[in-house]
Design a protein around this ligand. Structure first.
Ligand code: ADP
Ligand code: MG
Length: 240
């Protein structure tokens, strides 16, 4: 579902992605771990071309990502993304936030888009917030709305970049539970998170990044019990 081949990315003289080769099969949940600055967000942003790459190839469901243009917009619609900062449209209601993409990009009719949106809001447990504005919701509710908005595009892949890092601790689980539900339903997911409980519970696979490289790629039990590299051991020693 996601294939990256020999992907390189620099910011000036800083080499942030070093020959990334990565395949994520359909339905797989991959958790990406690694110290701050190791290139996790850049990897995630490269996958839907929010960040252009220097060289290499990225394909979603067998279709290579083009550099720009209309087909890029379509491909992006196949890749849902949820950020640390919820990035909801402040001057639109929650319902409008969720229906906007399907109406504008997918050309879905208004009534159908609203029906789909209400179903998604129900799935993330916030139907009662549909007519409110983002600022009227808690952080956890806003992040669940952001997930519903991404799902409304019927993406093939969901990318999460530290979706719970900006939340008060008591709201972390309500968001992780929604994500775990998606994982159970077979969504292909790439999740950058420091929530080790989620990694153990939901990940099929853990990638550990350091200095722009994927240093380890293992099943969670193997990674947490017996990491190969000193860098991973050091990282786990600091966070566990
Ligand atoms: P992570 O998400 O693992 O913390 P990032 O992918 O955000 O790492 O960043 C990797 C490196 O690239 C860091 O050193 C960061 O400072 C640098 N970086 C990220 N975005 C930019 C940018 N737009 N311009 C210059 N440097 C950047
Ligand atoms: Mg980051």
């Amino acid at each position: 579902m996601i294939r990256m081949s020999a992907v390189e990315k620099h910011f000036g003289s800083l080499h942030v992605l070093r020959t990334i080769d990565l395949e994520v099969p359909r339905g797989q949940v991959v958790v990406v771990l690694g110290p701050s600055g190791s290139g996790k967000s850049t990897l995630c942003r490269a996958i839907n071309r929010l960040e252009p790459i220097d060289s290499g190839e990225i394909a979603i469901d067998g279709t290579p990502l083009p550099a720009e243009g209309r087909s890029l917009a379509e491909l992006r619609a196949d890749v849902g993304m949820v950020f640390q900062q919820f990035n909801l449209f402040a001057h639109k209601t929650i319902l409008e936030n969720v229906t906007l993409g399907p109406i504008k990009v997918r050309k879905v009719g208004g009534e159908e888009a609203r029906k789909d949106a209400m179903r998604l809001l129900e799935r993330v447990g916030i139907t009662d917030q549909a007519d409110k504005y983002p600022a009227q919701l808690s952080g956890g509710q806003q992040q669940r709305a952001a997930i519903a908005r991404a799902l409304a595009m019927k993406p093939k892949v969901m990318l999460f970049d530290e979706p719970t890092s900006a939340l008060d601790p008591e709201m972390v689980n309500e968001v992780l539970d929604v994500m775990a539900g998606l994982a159970d339903e077979g969504m292909t997911m790439l999740v950058i998170t420091h929530e080790m409980g989620f990694a153990r519970r939901a990940a099929h696979r853990v990638l550990f990044m350091a200095d722009g490289e994927v240093v380890e790629d293992a099943k969670p039990e193997k990674f947490f019990e017996d990491p190969k590299s000193d860098r991973a051991k050091d990282f786990l020693g600091k966070i566990l």
